[in-house]
Write a protein that binds this ligand. Structure first.
Ligand code: NAD
Length: 431
């Protein structure tokens, strides 16, 4: 039996954490604008459940260390809870809860039969050995066995986790059940039921939304179009690959080691190989160095934050010069930064996170469907279906934005909240 602590709403301190209050305030605004049923509103403002797990790990030096892990399940009205697991040194319950709420909106916006959840462990995975990571992942999973499952809650990779992490989760869960349960996670290796195209899906999806936005703004995508990307991990690299394939110049890149600039266009394959070999872009010979802020405020047509939260502050938003801002990361903009972006919406076209980075969860959904049917698609089929869903969602948000004259972020959330609320009203309240 898991010894996980179930937070009661008596200890709701995490709901006062800045990331959480930011998404809650945004939800309040959306609820007000759409005159959302008060009974639905009070239920959606808080997550259904929040778990805190103290995970003991025997480190390589034989010392036992205890780290804090979380899983927050926001809402499962539309289907099983769904959301990534993040390993990062600054993860906290409030931030995880904020991302769980955004997952509910993201799945609803894409029309997926899934709810919203998120998980995380407060560690720096780059400072841990493979053995330590494996032990930690397996212990965290064993604590969650009764709360996750293919019809219950399906984790996926996020920052600091990858398909190997998902394989360990799947194996640990399967050991507990006594039989192989491939569908407990998505983003797993192909050899155990993963989907082709899942690894590339989020970055690719960001590129699809950029292509739609460029069409709307009548910006012909090609060599004349410059792109700046913050974060060169899973999302950043695959967005860069897709956009450079269609001819755009990636002029700015950054990762934890700093910013990199080449006005002629950075060779993405070279940068990927370099980062793979050296762990990050430090010392990359194919570009000059610049500051992290220079990347976000670059004089580029398209800017894609694809790293961590709260990067676009008021100061950054005031200095931004791009025409399209595609939020590859979750929550990359602070409320103060967003206020500026909203005031500047005629200059900067914002593709909000729940739309721009929804390619990952969309292909996770494809992976889940393929697993349930035991029938697997080609990467061409995956990418075709992904493009279809991303384009449809983009057009729905754009139409709503134009017809109702609301900011893109608000338009996306209004559409999403309406879908969840309609289903909640249909289901009613038990008892
Ligand atoms: P990742 O761990 O693969 O890569 C993160 C990258 O960001 C790394 O290159 C790292 O060096 C860089 N980075 C970290 N802090 C930075 C900083 N302060 N400045 C510049 N670069 C920094 O993570 P990922 O999976 O690519 O996720 C990136 C973002 O996209 C996160 O916000 C995540 O929640 C979001 N996201 C990811 C997925 C997915 O499928 N992986 C899906 C949806 C959203």
């Amino acid at each position: 039996m898991a010894r996980t602590k179930l937070c009661t709403y008596m200890d709701m301190d995490f709901l006062k954490e800045p990331h959480y209050t930011a998404v809650q305030e945004q939800f309040d605004e959306v609820a007000e604008l759409m005159k959302l049923d008060q009974n639905i509103r009070v239920r959606l403002r808080v997550p259904d459940r929040a778990f805190i797990i103290h995970v003991p790990i025997r480190m390589e030096d034989n010392i036992v260390r205890v780290v804090q892990g979380f899983r927050v399940q926001h809402n499962d009205t539309l289907g099983p809870f769904k959301g990534g697991i993040r390993y990062a040194p600054d993860v906290n319950l409030g931030e995880v809860a904020s991302m769980a709420m955004l997952m509910t909106w993201k799945c609803a916006l894409m029309g997926l039969p899934l709810g919203g959840a998120k998980g995380g462990i407060c560690v720096d995975p780059t400072k841990m050995s493979r053995l330590e990571l494996q032990r930690m992942t397996r212990r965290y999973t064993s604590e969650l066995v009764s709360m996750i499952g293919p019809n219950q809650d399906i984790p996926a990779p996020d920052m600091g986790t990858n398909e190997q992490t998902m394989a360990w989760i799947m194996d640990t869960y399967s050991q507990a059940k006594g039989y192989a349960v491939h569908g407990v996670v998505t983003g797993k290796p192909i050899s155990i039921g993963g989907s082709l195209g899942r690894t590339e899906a989020t970055g690719r999806g960001v590129a699809y939304t950029v292509m739609e936005a460029a069409k709307y703004l009548e910006i012909p995508l090609g060599d004349a179009v410059s792109v700046a990307i913050q974060g060169f991990g899973n999302v950043g690299t695959h967005a860069a690959v897709k956009l450079s394939k269609i001819g755009c110049r990636i002029t700015h890149l950054s990762d934890v080691s700093g910013g990199y600039l080449n006005p002629k266009g950075i060779d993405i394959e070279l940068a990927m190989n370099y980062a793979k070999e050296h762990g990050n872009l430090k010392g990359f010979p194919g570009a000059d160095t610049c500051s992290q802020i220079d990347v976000l405020t670059a004089n580029a047509d398209i800017v894609i934050p694809a790293a961590t939260a709260s990067q676009i502050t008021k100061e950054v938003a005031e200095k931004m010069r791009c025409r399209i801002l595609a939020e590859g990361a979750n929550n990359p903009t602070t409320p103060e930064g967003d206020q500026i972006l909203r005031e500047r919406q005629n200059e900067i076209f914002v593709i909000p996170d729940i739309l721009a980075n929804a390619g990952g969860v969309t292909v996770s959904y494809f992976e889940w469907v393929q697993g349930l049917q035991n029938f697997f698609w080609s990467s061409k089929e995956v990418n075709r279906e992904l493009a279809k869903i991303m384009t449809k969602a983009f057009q729905e948000v754009l139409t709503f934005h134009k017809e109702r004259k609301v900011y893109m972020r608000i338009a996306a959330q209004m559409l999403a909240v309406n879908r969840v609320a309609t289903a909640m009203l249909a289901r009613g309240l038990y008892p």
